[in-house]
Ligand binder design. Sequence first.
Ligand code: NAD
Length: 265
Amino acid sequence: MADPIRIALVGATGRMGQALARLVARDPSLALVGGIGGHEGEAACDIGCPVVHSAGDAAEVIRGADAVVDFSSPELLSGLLGAQAEALAGRALVVGTTGLGDGALELLARAAERSPVLRAANFSVGVNLLLALAERAAAVLGPEYDVEVVETHHRRKVDAPSGTALALGEAIAAGRGVALADVRVDGRSGRPGERPRGEIGFHALRGGDVVGEHRVGFFGERERVELAHVAQDRALFAEGALRAARWLAGKPAGEYTMRDVLGLA
Ligand code: NAD
């Protein structure tokens, strides 16, 4: 059998990090070589891999890996891309962290000059199919149909709208041939007035332990088309991220998407 692909996890002690660690431990084609991240008082990585807490201490863990899988925070990811650019060069980088600002995106683009990089707001196969369906629906239905994107997540989620909701907005905008920034509206309150044609509205619900739900409504004059995805277990995202890591390891430097991995491009 081929040597296992060596994985380093960024955010290893978080919800996603632990889901990933459990899957890697069960998969003989993968080996967990270490974790990065963790706040004071958080449980240590429970599968016995070494975990370093700061980006500055991560060189050795990264150099031992073929693929670095990140589900952490924009701060830790940016810190890592800045402090460990040399160690990361040539290694596959799979990024699931959402809420990235321009600075982090710029650092990722720079990393992609030396490494294969895949960033996805959502690693589920179903959501990536939904993105393709939403783009197609937007192109076929046209701007006469009002589009609203509604997402629901657990109460601990810190960014809104979700990265997946924004990716859906990007797909819909692409289907219509417009820039999302020109038509995006986040929520409504007070007296926003009549809804202009062409807007894409975003609404974020937060509560309990909801893993992630996304609904896109295309509201016409006499009909409504709805597309929906409901994630039932976050292992879904972990499975998709590891599928991406297996696919990405050894690829030439550049930026890739889940559409490439799933053959939806
Ligand atoms: P979490 O808070 O449970 O875990 C984050 C981990 O990163 C923690 O272990 C924390 O200690 C560590 N961390 C964060 N900032 C740090 C810092 N500055 N220094 C040291 N350690 C730090 O969060 P989670 O639910 O696992 O989600 C992590 C990220 O993944 C979020 O951005 C979330 O939106 C995203 N996410 C993406 C997908 C997807 O499919 N792309 C799916 C689920 C979650």
